[in-house]
Design a binder for this molecule. Sequence first.
Ligand SMILES: [Zn+2]
Length: 355
Amino acid sequence: MTKLLHLIGAALLLFIAPALKAAAPPAFVIAGETIAPGTRTDLRIPVPEGSDPATFIPVSVIHGAKPGRVLAVVAGVHGFEFASIIAAERLAERIDPTRLAGTLVLVRVANINGFEGRSPNVNPVDRKNLNRVFPGDPQGTQTQRIADLIAREVVARSDFLMDVHSGDGAEFLDAFIGVYGGPLATDFPLALKVAQGFGFPNIVRYAMETQAQIDSGRSLNRQGVAMGKPTILIEIGQNGSREESHVAAIVAGVENALAILGMSDATPAAPAAPARLFDGTTSVAAHHAGIYHPADPRPRPLAKGELIGVIRDYTGKEVERLISPVDGYALYGITGPPVEPGDGVVTIALPVETF
Ligand SMILES: [Zn+2]
């Protein structure tokens, strides 16, 4: 009998031991660095020299003691959008790797030269917009090399992507979350759940219907879609602001996302109020350079036919009147005064009752 019990015990151990072993995840490997479970590592992904100087991408990896999803949060794709960068710094301090299930990959500042150069929209080194050059090119200019490394080292290793922005320099913006849906996006229901968890006043669904939508001037969020990752775009703050309430809103939203994604043991918080829902946006572009005078440079409802603003040339003569082509909500736009042909002066979100 005793012998039989021993045999049963040994057999049970054979089953239990591998299960115990599986409880600790393997090390996380990124950019040649190996990160042990239950630890945080701050590293720099080196961007080698090309036709222009080398640079780096500062990343913090919080690799949980328990297995789970990999959430990538990318801040500072636009270096003048400061709330995201301060929120990433705060998240790195707040998230405890010993209690985390899964891995949080925080890109603290995607575009270091844009940040240090206080440059809206573009990287001053090559004048390219990092949010238009994905998937990047290892043989390209600095912005293209950064995009290539973020795509391969960060997006490819993630299970869920968050791309964090603000209104840029001389832009107004109402806080919103963009969620990628449609036939070419992955797991819209999960992305929507995470989006709602931010409790922002506006949610925009971007339907990915054609490959051309994903490919033309590909942004980081569309790179996430292209790689099959559920993806959201987080937008809060404007015009170089670093307001505490905006930073706190990003931090709270990411922490709630960890709960929704099963990466923390916190109970997901329900949003305080339902968001306004929009299905896509329409952008109104300028055709002239000059001095832009918006009718009202704030987020607001816009009626079809309503005046958005006028552009004057440098003699003060009006050269263009911009009129809303639709009924919708002016979600973000430029405050001016500088304007160039092709600039989107306002992006109008198209309201819907439900998705
Ligand atoms: Zn941006």
